[in-house]
Design a protein around this ligand. Structure first.
Ligand SMILES: NC(=O)C1=CN([C@@H]2O[C@H](COP(=O)(O)OP(=O)(O)OC[C@H]3O[C@@H](n4cnc5c(N)ncnc54)[C@H](OP(=O)(O)O)[C@@H]3O)[C@@H](O)[C@H]2O)[C@@H](O)CC1
Ligand SMILES: [K+]
Length: 481
């Protein structure tokens, strides 16, 4: 699991540790880890050209001290100072003492084998300032290593409010920052490496699953398992207008670990023809047999209102997607007030905007605003509806009403394809039926779905939702080792 902490949490832990250590110890730990990563990235340190972009704070100090360490190993290190009158004096002195120099030739940025971005770190606000903006657009031949955070990325939210420096590698200190894991910030961070500097941190509000976490979470049948013990997932999806959504949701549900899939709705004939193993019932959820979790809404059309009402009245977990969400936005959070079992909402940003409007009786916010602040948007929605919310997008995030968030590290932009969300809904519902809680089911489903998407897109071409569903089995095998 990757744990990410806010700037406020990092500052508090830093102050507590600094009070017990000789001055400068933390910065030296940070610089040592940074220099070690840079040395690994260079074919050889001796003779390579390194440029340090140094801003006015300790982030610049880290970069200058790391530059000094590389200079001592024979690199030709020069520093471009963004605020010369406020540069970190200790860092600059160390660099000079090691044979590094200050330059004003911005062209050195483009010629460097490696650039250290120490313009601004967790003290940064807003995008790059005018003096740093040319570097965001400049050509580069070497690798760019961001110090703690790519400059211009908001560490807490991942928002990129103006120009930012795109990194190939980000070396962060003490903990991950949420902005390194959530787009758009994550897309500026490249590969993120963590250097332990000894901070004692509280529980993380934002986490990201890794392969090992999935291996421990996914349901595994035992010798005593029968289909009912493994869970039956009910899928109320598809309509005369969108029969395909039923097939895609069922395709996802069949690969989520539940023992059986029960389909209710008007696409029953097509579903059985395609998937003979599925139990089918005409009508709505209320008249169907026993299930351990419901998925309602994909392609539901006019039938979505009734399916939603019946599913929400049941005492089992319910996942609401697509047309079910449109209906829920109309009803508002009151529709979930009487639920005794958990509810999982899986909106894209457009649906999230409608849901928020339904909760606040205000005009819906712009979907791109929600996407730019996706952590805050998902948290707000989860709090308003008192439900778990999986907000789809370039980084899918799952938020609990408590504010706890999991961000999904897998995925590919090829997943933004018609029907992909139907597969995800079926998969997550199946994991719910198999007994996972809403947070685990949603984040595990997003993870597997992302891996399936990556695998389907491995050749570099477009993928279809069915391609993704077909790869889910192998995604399970990958994470279970
Ligand atoms: N926490 C830890 O445990 C450890 C932290 N360490 C390191 O310290 C870093 C934090 O250092 P920090 O506090 O000095 O802040 P930092 O990010 O260098 O900014 C400095 C100043 O920049 C300015 N500024 C603001 N926005 C800007 C912008 N967009 N573009 C340009 N400038 C901008 C603003 O000043 P202003 O100009 O507004 O007066 C601000 O005060 C941290 O990221 C890590 O690298 C490690 O050494 C070890 C342990
Ligand atoms: K930086």
């Amino acid at each position: 699991m990757r744990h990410a902490h806010t700037v406020e949490q990092v500052r508090a832990a830093e102050a507590e540790l600094m009070a017990r250590l000789p001055e400068g110890t933390l910065m030296q730990r940070a610089a040592a880890g940074l220099a070690a990563t840079c040395a690994r990235l260079l074919p050889r340190v001796y003779g390579s050209r390194v440029v340090v972009l140094a801003g006015s704070g300790d982030n610049g100090g880290d970069a200058l001290y790391a530059g000094a360490r590389l200079a001592r190993r024979g690199a030709a290190v020069s520093a471009l100072l963004l605020a010369p009158e406020r540069v970190h004096t200790g860092g600059l002195a160390a660099l000079r003492a090691a044979g590094g120099r200050v330059t004003t030739d911005q062209g050195e940025f483009s010629r460097a084998d490696l650039v250290l971005d120490g313009i601004v770190g967790i003290g940064g606000r807003g995008g790059l300032r005018p003096e740093a903006q040319p570097y965001a657009a400049a050509e580069r031949r070497g690798v760019v290593v961001a110090v703690d955070v790519p400059s211009g990325v908001d560490p807490d939210s991942g928002a990129v409010p103006g120009a930012a420096l795109r990194a190939d590698v980000t070396v962060c200190f003490g903990t991950y920052k949420p902005g390194l894991l959530v787009d758009p910030g994550a897309s500026y961070a490249g590969i993120v490496q963590l250097v332990d500097i000894g901070l004692a941190l509280p529980g993380a509000g934002v986490t990201a699953l890794q392969h090992d976490d999935l291996a421990g979470m996914l349901p595994v049948p035992t010798v005593e398992s029968d289909k009912y013990r493994r869970g039956v997932v009910g899928v109320a999806a598809g309509s005369a207008r969108y029969p395909g959504a039923a097939l895609l949701a069922v395709a996802g549900a069949l690969r989520g670990g539940a023992g059986a899939v029960r389909y209710v709705g008007t696409a029953a004939e097509e579903v059985v023809r395609r998937f003979p193993e599925v139990l089918v019932t005409e009508g709505g959820p209320a008249g169907a047999g026993r299930v351990q979790a419901w998925v309602v809404g994909p392609g539901g059309g006019d039938g979505a209102a009734r399916a939603l009402e019946e599913a929400l009245a049941s005492p089992v977990p319910v996942l609401v997607d697509a047309d079910g969400l449109t209906e829920l936005a109309r009803l508002g959070p009151a529709a979930l007030a009487g639920r005794t079992a958990p509810t999982l909402l899986t909106p894209h940003t457009g649906e999230a905007a409608r849901l928020l409007a339904g909760a606040t009786a205000q005009a819906p916010p712009a979907a791109d605003e929600l996407a730019a602040a996706r952590l805050a948007s998902a948290r707000r929605l989860a709090a308003e509806y008192r439900a778990t919310v999986l907000l789809k997008g370039s980084t899918t995030v799952v938020a609990e009403p408590t504010g706890e968030v999991r961000v999904n590290p897998t995925g590919t932009s090829w997943l933004a394809t018609a029907g992909s969300g139907d597969v995800l809904a079926g998969l997550a519902g199946s994991l719910l039926a198999a007994g996972l809680g809403t947070l685990d089911a949603a984040s595990a489903a997003a993870y597997l779905h992302g891996l399936g998407g990556r695998e389907a897109a491995a050749g570099g071409g477009p993928v279809t939702a069915l391609d993704v569903a077909a790869r889910l089995g192998s995604a399970w095998r990958v994470v279970r080792g």
